[in-house]
Design a protein around this ligand. Sequence first.
Ligand code: NAD
Length: 533
Amino acid sequence: MARSSKQTEPPGTAARQWSPRVSAALLERLAARAAAPAATKTIVIEAPFSGEVLGHVPQGAPADVVAACAQAREAQQEWAQRSFAARAAVMLRFHDLVIDNSAEILDIIQLESGKARRHAFEEVLDVAIQARYYAHTAAAFLEPRRRQGALPVLTKAWEHHHPRGVIGIIAPWNYPLTLAVGDAVPALMAGNGVVVKPDALTPFSALWAAGLLEEAGLPRGLLQVVTGRGAELGEPLVDAADYLMFTGSTATGRKVAALAAERLKDSSMELGGKNALLVLPDANLRRAVPGAVRGITSNGGQLCISIERVYVHAAVYDVFAARLAVSLRAVRLGASLTFLEDMGSLIGADQLAKVAGHVADAVGKGAEVLAGGNARPDLGAYFFEPTLLSGVSAEMDLCRAETFGPVAAIYRCASVDEMVARANDSSYGLNASIWTRDTRFGRELATRIQTGTVNINEAYSATWASASPMGGFKESGLGRRHGAQGIVKFTEAQTVAVERLLAIDTPPFLNHQQYATLMSAAMKLLKRVPIVK
Ligand code: NAD
């Protein structure tokens, strides 16, 4: 999504000190890291807190993507020969560097995305968690392992995982560090080169991380960041990379998946959501209310797994809705590079227009505002209050479309079955949250929800920060990140088998009929022999 129309201007940022740690000169050095020598224009990067020009980056051209992929491919040859332990050492140094330099990257993330510092910190934590996790587990997932052959004794087989080559990563603006780098970590640990195309609104975090990875020991050129516009750079990246990791909207994901499919390239799509939170009659409301607030307001609701639909059992609806409204009104909004605020700004003018438009459409068609409902230009250019609406119905945009803002609709439900049915009544299937004191029942109920992740007594992060797969059912995506699936997908699997003693064919001392009879009898016996996994 474009932030504004004033996108291509010559450089000219005043030499401003944005924070004690981030100066215009630092941002210029980061921009110089962009793998975009063919750029003839620059992109203006705005600071959402104030609407001022933060800096500029080159507007990369398709030729830059081709060159970046070629350089990453060259560097990858040597990287792929390194042991898992050697690659892990780089990732663990990167882990420490990210934590040690977190104050600087927190400033950068906040300045380019407008989010609150506590939400920027989630990105720092996430990248460190991914680096540690895959540094310690990549070998176990990917080292060659013995597999049972078609017939025991006769065949010895091994499963190998080869790097695919160059992984293209297309990332959105909402988590500019996590979503540009979090998937690069397993891609690199699997022995690949990586070309990242960050969103045109938020390129500095990815450029910063690329510098830190090199400082940690990543070979020069192995990870490239090409800044520019997705519509121009997407297709060349699909052409030149060996696998596409896309995170963004369902609409763009469809286009990228189609481009990849035409070229018979594999891809992974992490797309949109319209996530439901279910409050059961036995929920602990002292935890459920702040949990819902966090789910609705994290990153100003600009989070694929944030909560936009709240289904509450009638037994607790009145008290829950009242308390949630009070708590949403108490959320502290503000634009500072400190941990004082609960929620920051939206990313820009287009996102503000979309969020305000969904609220106005719903109110115009009869929805009732229980909390918030307004833009807050007094705080900064693109602030919008945490908002809760009741009486939302199917003809309102807010009902089914992803708002991607701090806005939720709350619904009264007569039964748990109704809550599940309504939660599942969506073209999306990304995340859900269930609040109940009976966690055993909650876990059973979770398996009836058609989403890739279900958090019990948590809004979104219990399932994110884990070694288990994360991704979407239905129109929320294809493939998964995290866990084994989050690294195996960046490899080509190969089976190597050695045939011993006899071929799997009629031996010379039998005719085909005798062989078939013998093998049929052998199959009955083999059925009793356990398969070695
Ligand atoms: P978007 O689809 O507009 O942009 C995402 C990326 O795609 C950007 O880098 C953009 O430059 C690029 N792009 C745009 N057009 C392209 C094209 N034709 N070819 C190739 N690339 C192109 O999404 P957005 O508005 O930036 O991000 C918000 C969306 O992302 C929301 O729908 C949100 O739910 C989703 N999201 C999903 C996850 C997840 O893990 N499932 C995580 C974060 C965000």
